[in-house]
Design a protein around this ligand. Sequence first.
Ligand SMILES: C[S@@+](CC[C@H](N)C(=O)[O-])C[C@H]1O[C@@H](n2cnc3c(N)ncnc32)[C@H](O)[C@@H]1O
Length: 247
Amino acid sequence: MQIGKAVEGAEAGSRQGESAGIRANESPAWRAAYDSQAQVERRRSAIPRKLRKLGLEGGTTNVRILDLCCGNGETLDALYGMGFRELRGADIVIGPDLAADPRFAACVADAAALPWASGSFDWILIVHALHHLGPAERIRTVLAECHRLLSPGGRLAIVDFPNSPQIRLAFWCFRRKFWLFTPYLRYFGKLIQEEWCFLKGYLAEWPRVRVLLQAGPFEIETFHQEFFYYFLTLRKPVPAGGEDKRP
Ligand SMILES: C[S@@+](CC[C@H](N)C(=O)[O-])C[C@H]1O[C@@H](n2cnc3c(N)ncnc32)[C@H](O)[C@@H]1O
């Protein structure tokens, strides 16, 4: 099964999405913290467990997967290790290492306007990135894009922060530099401070975002919530009388 070809030539290999006419919201300080080698390695080791929670284990590996907002490609790398081969990534910023990695096709693209034909994917993942995509109206557009790109029966899998009292308290502490006892907590606190400008809006708009996720065009397949993250897998319904073509 082939991944659908990009409708428009998406620019790959550019470090900055701006060169493709797309503006990244993340500050250079956020990117420096996020890209640090120690944190890349730490995230890499955590990804397989997250992918299992989303339901990406035990089924066929003959599926077309888009990692939307793929960052440095750590999730793509983990998927490759699990045996998946039809892997694409899209992000507003694609670094040279990911652009040159022959295992994946990663392109610079805005999540609200993606360059593939309808029905091109069986799975779309948004890992730790939905809160970067606000406000809610924009998230509606992103979800509509995902719906368009998925085949009937295809899955949209999301990992992100829940808007729980615990997470609000944790963020409050991080922003005031409480709890920053270990290098990891200092790193996480730095990220929260740097992305607070859009994290704040995402949490405030969570009631609207939750309705978009729960009562939008998708069916909920699985939902798990932990202290820091929720794991949500949505399914694009198969039209009445239609055939679930997903392997
Ligand atoms: C917290 S990082 C998550 C990256 C990756 N999914 C991971 O788990 O490591 C959020 C990513 O969203 C990307 N991003 C932000 N706005 C975007 C947009 N409008 N379209 C595509 N990617 C976007 C950022 O460039 C960044 O790589």
